[in-house]
Write a protein that binds this ligand. Structure first.
Ligand code: FES
Length: 94
């Protein structure tokens, strides 16, 4: 029997537009966490190309799981290809 290895992370609180959702080990990206939490987020390519999922990062830190190709300002993140590494606060402009 082969043992599976899963890297465990701690849940992170994601404060978005005044609502709070939890990023857990089951979430592959910040986008999947937000959608699961009922947060409406524009998205299209889901691979960091189009920029439609951009959000303003108010505080906290994220890590990109793949390098985004869309242009983002220093204060912006792409939620389709990032995960939070701290509790974060973001703003999504609809
Ligand atoms: S959905 Fe296209 S960059 Fe995120």
């Amino acid at each position: 029997m082969r043992a599976s290895l899963k890297i465990l992370t701690c849940n992170k609180n994601v404060d978005v537009n005044g609502k709070s959702v939890i990023f857990s080990d089951d979430d592959n990206t910040l986008l999947s966490c937000l959608l699961k939490g009922g947060i409406n987020v524009n998205n299209h390519c889901n691979e960091g190309f189009c920029g439609s999922c951009r959000a303003n990062l108010i505080h906290g830190k994220v890590k990109y799981i793949s390098k985004p190709l869309a242009f983002v300002h220093d204060s912006e993140i792409l939620v389709c290809c990032s995960i939070p590494i701290t509790n974060i606060k973001i703003e999504i402009v609809e």
